[in-house]
Design a protein around this ligand. Structure first.
Ligand code: ASP
Length: 317
């Protein structure tokens, strides 16, 4: 059995390339890292890698992670500035015995020492979004934190190995130095080849309150299906935060078990994910909550076209 599942439509191109490789016997680790790197490289995806949206200071600070479900080894970077593919730095860190999670200047220095390329990651288009948001926030009192999304990709290969990788520019207009769930093991991602893996996207500050990805994997290990684990974790966390914290942000997750069965859950209106397995042809799903359950259906051609137009639309400043 092989399988791959990813958060958001933006993962489609990367997953389309990695799925046939998994079918041909490639390693899950290579499949997920290559697929995430493809998202990082695409300038029109404004919440990941090159073209990602900046902090309130107008700098792009990137977070990424990689976890190998066979060894439980992980590597992660936070607030990485101007390095081409944060996910590849994270994977390289996972091979080190120590210093698995590096942030800021230290992460950048290590990446450069290892030969990773220096690349200016702030694009003119991201700056246009930034200027527009600064103005709207002043004029209309909009939340500067809207407009994020993390790519998280889980792979299962024919050898039974699983891996997960994440990458994000984090919340738009975040404080310099802010880190969300995406590079934090157990919250933004977790992977154990003996059980399965999960990865999250949404408001990192809230996802971390539930150690969301670890909790999903733990529930799968306890016998839940991936869908039961995903729904129960998302909706229980939502209820808990509403009653004890008084509010809750966006929470969306995808997961897969070691048999290639998958699940997805969300507390928002439109969460998309991409999946392909030996049994399931490559599909982009649109997930919606129905009370305490998530339902999903494939997106149609009109949706795909509207998406393609939206991500390239000129930004009216
Ligand atoms: N979880 C990410 C963060 O808080 C953002 C997102 O996935 O939308 O950094």
């Amino acid at each position: 059995m092989w399988g791959i599942i990813a958060t958001w439509r933006m993962a489609l191109e990367g997953v389309s390339e990695s799925a046939p490789q998994l079918a041909a016997g490639s390693a899950a680790s290579t499949a997920v890292v290559d697929a995430v790197a493809a998202v990082e490289d695409f300038p029109f995806y404004k919440s990941v890698g090159y073209g990602g949206l900046p902090t309130e200071n107008g700098e792009v600070e990137l977070d990424a992670a990689f976890m190998d479900g066979d060894t439980l080894a992980f590597g992660a970077v936070g607030n990485l500035i101007d390095i081409a593919n944060p996910v590849r730095v994270a994977q390289a860190l996972s091979r080190q015995r120590y210093n698995s999670l590096l942030v800021g200047q230290g992460a950048r220095e290590w990446a450069l020492e290892q030969g990773f390329s220096d690349k200016a990651m702030l694009t003119e288009r991201a700056m246009q979004h930034y200027r527009k948001r600064c103005r709207e926030t002043l004029d209309k009192g909009l939340s500067p934190y809207d407009g994020h999304d993390t790519v998280g990709i889980i792979g299962l290969d024919k050898q039974g190995s699983m891996s997960v990788a994440t990458s994000t520019s984090g919340l738009f207009m975040k404080k310099r130095g802010r880190i969300g769930d995406s590079p934090i093991m157990g919250s933004g991602f977790y992977c154990d080849s003996e059980t399965g893996a999960a990865t999250a996207t949404g408001v990192g500050e809230d996802l971390m309150k539930g150690c969301t990805s670890y909790e999903i994997v733990r529930r799968m290990a306890g016998g839940m299906t991936p869908q039961q684990a995903a729904d129960s974790v998302v909706f229980e966390l939502e209820d808990k935060l509403m009653s004890r914290f008084g509010r809750v942000g966006d929470l969306s997750v995808v997961c897969m078990n070691r048999h290639g069965e998958f699940g997805a859950a969300t507390n928002i209106k439109t969460f998309t994910f991409v999946v392909a397995t030996e049994k399931q042809p490559l599909t982009v799903y649109l997930a919606e909550r129905h009370r305490e359950q998530t339902c999903y259906q494939p997106v149609d051609e009109a949706w795909m076209q509207a998406y393609a137009a939206r991500i390239r639309a000129p930004i009216e400043e």
